[in-house]
Design a protein around this ligand. Structure first.
Ligand SMILES: [Zn+2]
Ligand SMILES: [Zn+2]
Length: 175
């Protein structure tokens, strides 16, 4: 798929064109072209180390989404992207080169243009990684919180003072 098509698809999902979307599009394009094609179910898992605009492009183009549980966020504040394929049992990691981080003088549009016109190797460090994906998302039962009566995933309940409580209720009680 052409980069312009991918940009269009990602931008419709994200809402605007920005360098973050361009970064995500480049990561997704590389992935798609190297055996990590779009994931209708949980064929792919993406581990992202930031929650910026780039992640929306990853979700839109690779099908690794928050809702399906095959998008894992590690809150490190870094532009690193690791993608695993459960089909091929391969993994790849792209990390933004530091030389790309400090182009502060350029405008947003110039940055996007620069990203899309650069060689991928000039933007990212790319390496194959050992196949070691996180486990698949679990479907689990919900039970009713004794305090607010809202249905809550069992694994998120806390036993406190003879009650089973959801996290917000527990935080209120604890004070
Ligand atoms: Zn954005
Ligand atoms: Zn509750």
């Amino acid at each position: 798929m052409e980069i312009s098509e991918l940009m269009k698809k990602a931008t419709i999902f994200h809402g605007h064109i920005c360098p973050g979307v361009a970064i995500g599009v480049l990561v997704a394009k590389y992935a798609i072209e190297n055996g990590f094609e779009h994931s209708p179910d949980e064929e792919l898992v993406a581990i992202v180390e930031n929650d910026n605009c780039s992640v929306d492009a990853i979700q839109a183009l690779l099908g690794t989404t928050f809702g399906k549980g095959n998008l894992i966020h590690r809150d490190y504040g870094k532009n690193n992207f690791t993608i695993f394929s459960r089909k091929t049992e391969k993994g790849v990691r792209l990390s933004l080169k530091s030389t790309f981080g400090d182009k502060k003088k350029t405008t947003r549009d110039e940055k996007v243009k620069l990203l899309l016109e650069s060689k991928l190797e000039d933007i990212f460090n790319i390496e194959e990684v050992e196949y070691n994906p996180p486990p698949k998302a679990q479907i689990e039962e919900s039970i009713t919180c004794d305090i607010c009566k809202e249905l809550t995933m069992n694994s998120r309940m806390i036993d406190y003072q003879e009650n089973k409580m959801c996290i917000p209720c527990y935080q209120k009680f604890k004070k």
